[in-house]
Write a protein that binds this ligand. Sequence first.
Ligand code: ADP
Length: 457
Amino acid sequence: MRLWSRELWRIIWLAFLGMCLGWLLGYPGFGLAAGLTLCLVYQLRQLRALFKWLTLNPHDEPPAATGMWGELFDRLYRYQKSQRITQSRLRATLARIQESSEAMRDSVVMLDRHGDLEWWNSAATDMLGLQTAHDRGQHITNLLRDPRFISYFNAREYSEPLTLTSPIDERRILQYQITLYGDDERLVMARDITRLHRLEQMRRDFVANVSHELRTPLTVLSGYLETYGDLKEMLPPRLSKGIGQMEEQTKRMQSLVNDLLLLSRLEIDRGGEDHQPLEVGSMLESIRRDALALSNQQHSVQVALECEARLVGSEQELRSAISNLAFNAVRYTPEGSQITLRWVALSNGSACIEVDDDGEGIDPVHIPRLTERFYRPDNSRVTETGGTGLGLAIVKHVMIRHNGKLEIKSELGKGSVFTCHFPADRLVSKPTAVAVIGIDTLPMRNRVVGVTGRRSS
Ligand code: ADP
């Protein structure tokens, strides 16, 4: 403000001086005009100096000036200098980040908000075949054209990685993971997991082969044991007891081998060949009957249909998955418990099959690990229930093969709900709304079919 008033005084003084000189010469008006013109010339010269400095030599020292103009030049110079320092610091940071990304063995690709390529490291050139000269500014889906990558990229749901073969080398297996950051920009990371994939493949093949090889000896054993079992009365009691136990254990081993083989097949096969629209109602009804037979009519099992659509999938796999859930509900709940198998339409167009019970429930600490192979919250009950520890792992794999997911909710003392979610594109509408099980007088929503088997006390 001080500089500004000094500048103002300078103009007033020059104008006054010009006017006094003009007055002495008899032309005060001309004198005033000459004084003001002098001021204008001075200001224009400073403006020209500023313009020349900023346009021609912005990095040089500023032109020499006094007063307000001098201060203006100084400030601009200081501001420019601090900007230059910040810029070079940013450049150095960026170079360091790019250097470290360059040193990474994983591919790193930076995309702008439209999905166009901005920058990538040399591993990306090697793994994905990106060429610096041609590909910068191209949309990523023009270069990575696998339909599975395109739908993963467009879905914007990146919580799970995507595994695909490399676009330039079929033998390499890559795992893609996308991260959203900044102004809707995306970072695509790709890891070469060929070795891991091969090891996993070997493990699967090993389990499948061992299980397969065990099948024949087990069949022979159980055949002989069955024959000896028929002759129990003729054997001494100690021997017949042993044969009974051997029979029981052989059966357990057989179901373990069968489950292991099923799990291996679910993991190895791509599946999808036998997918067709299914009447979920009739499937649930037949599972209900099997569950009742397992429970020996000691549980109440019911089916509720709250969805009219048919489900596209493998009948064999889905039946096995839902049966596992229903049989678990029978095995892990006390007699007299209520079990419901539900086919439910959800508001977002998808649907789910729920198996709920009012049994003892599961401690929430075990829930995240329940679908792991052989994980059991209560190991002491293994022989009692006759389970293999693979039931929920099978359900999880069947759901993955149907693009769905298994959700488990449970509360101790209140019961459990096992929900199999299916996406909307797995549903097809029925030609007519007639109930599959032949009861068409009730409205579809909340229809409860066949409540039987409650324990008579
Ligand atoms: P298992 O052969 O032991 O039944 P699963 O994978 O089918 O193996 O189930 C894993 C564990 O989850 C079971 O051992 C049991 O403790 C628990 N579980 C499964 N279903 C239920 C249920 N409806 N209620 C309580 N616990 C359950």
